[in-house]
Design a protein around this ligand. Sequence first.
Ligand code: NOJ
Ligand code: CA
Length: 546
Amino acid sequence: MQHKKDWYKDLVIYQIYPKSFKDGNHDGTGDLKGMTEKLDYLKELGINAIWLSPVYASPNVDNGYDVSDYFRIMEEFGTMEDWEAFRDGAHERGIAVIMDLVLNHTSDLHDWFLMSRSSKDNPYSDYYIWRDPDPQGGPPNNWMSVFGGSAWEYVPERDQYYLHLFAREQPDLNWDNAQTRDRIFDIIRFWNAKGVDGYRVDAISYLDKGLDGRADMNEVIGTAACVNLEGTHRYIKEMSAKTFAPDNLMSVGEVNINNEQDLINYSSSSSGEFNMSIPFILPIVEIETWSPEKMKRDLKKEYEVLKKDGWWARFLSNHDKPRQVSLYGNDGAYWKESAKMLASYLHTLPGTPFIYQGEELGMTNIQYSSIQEYDDIDTRNYYETMLQKGLSPQSALAEAQRISRDNARTPMQWDSSAYGGFSDHRPWLGVNPNYKTINAEQQMADETSVFCFYQKLIALRKEHPLMAHGDFQMCCDETGPVIAYSRSLNGETWLAVHNFSDQNQVLCHEKIHTDTPVILSNYENVQLHSKTVMLRAYESVILKLA
Ligand code: NOJ
Ligand code: CA
């Protein structure tokens, strides 16, 4: 596909987590054939881009985020021909293909690393971050990896340690080496030539490790110590100029944002890095610190900072977070209302919405009854850490359930047949038992379903440029659970109002009257009065003010 300069602003992106989407060859694991089978479903939903979490060859220590060969497709997912068939099927339906680039680290089974670790003197010896042991013995510094334990691993062949900010099996690449960078850019060029339309770039805030004294040595977690250093921005600019920008390929970086400048660097066009960014927040931090008030503060700030020259990636869910209806909504009494309210919130904000598979059905968190049923490396490590802290196995399990990335990774619920129609073979990860009531087949046939509500929102976005491009203004109190804002473009103004609570609420706005047109709502009979709208539990209303 040819792309105009700002085309990414009109995308509605659907994230597929391949392992859990659809099994096309009856082995219990999702794959490319399965994805291709479901392209009509996505077309019907209305999205116009798919972001595929990694499908490259991988030993799957971190579900594909540990790549052993960037030029091959993971065997479990199929072949390059299967990928090409998927690409063609998507393009025929007007759906862009966005690949996930994992470039901070490779798998420890990647050829580069196997060579690099073999000796101090080989063509790849400087492709990774190697350091001598501390003079007193032990690792070069006290950095911990994101998934627990030291961020350094000793290799006797070199009598040195290598750095892994994530799992031990995910050694960090050395971006300071110009030759390594060129080889990395060759990977991107290879996929560009295969017709990829854009990229989501994984964990990209830590390229410059600052081990020459610039890292913050008060931080113990390696990613926090070296986050957002000068070299990282320099390398991203170089990558963008050489690989994404020439063909206007869409780019979104998964980054750490600690202040306004970070937001500008990663998500404004003048800085030449990405079109937009996905801020990474640890699940536990998000679970413990989110609130409607915080959302309001963030919305306002991010809008002000980027409105001139930047863009926003909008998402409530991904493969690293709990299910949005379980986290920000109510997956019990108000399951349907809150799932729709969150959808309405996501699609009425300025920026590009990202839908994570299953979100359009209101899929919920999972609670497996034993730690053995969990697959996520992070959940398992976290469980062990909790036991070491002295928690009982039962409490450690409860803690792990809360943060587990498997909440988002249970198989897609396609219908009410065995295994939710995901596969006819026992799936790699247990299906959520609620598949009998929450599934695509049932929702596609029900006008009032969460799925149909997503369809309506996406269709509205296509019809009304105001939803992506309109000005944004907060129209609610700084406190309280109601989030309301107006969107305006070319003399037209909408007001979106969302109740993030199970209590009745009121929103006052001087332009509301009893017959203000309602564009969409998740309740029948919107309660409009002069200058107010009354809101029931998790009610969401979009009004046309002018
Ligand atoms: C962020 C990805 O989203 C996550 O799933 C992965 O574990 C880490 N980066 C490491 O690649
Ligand atoms: Ca399969």
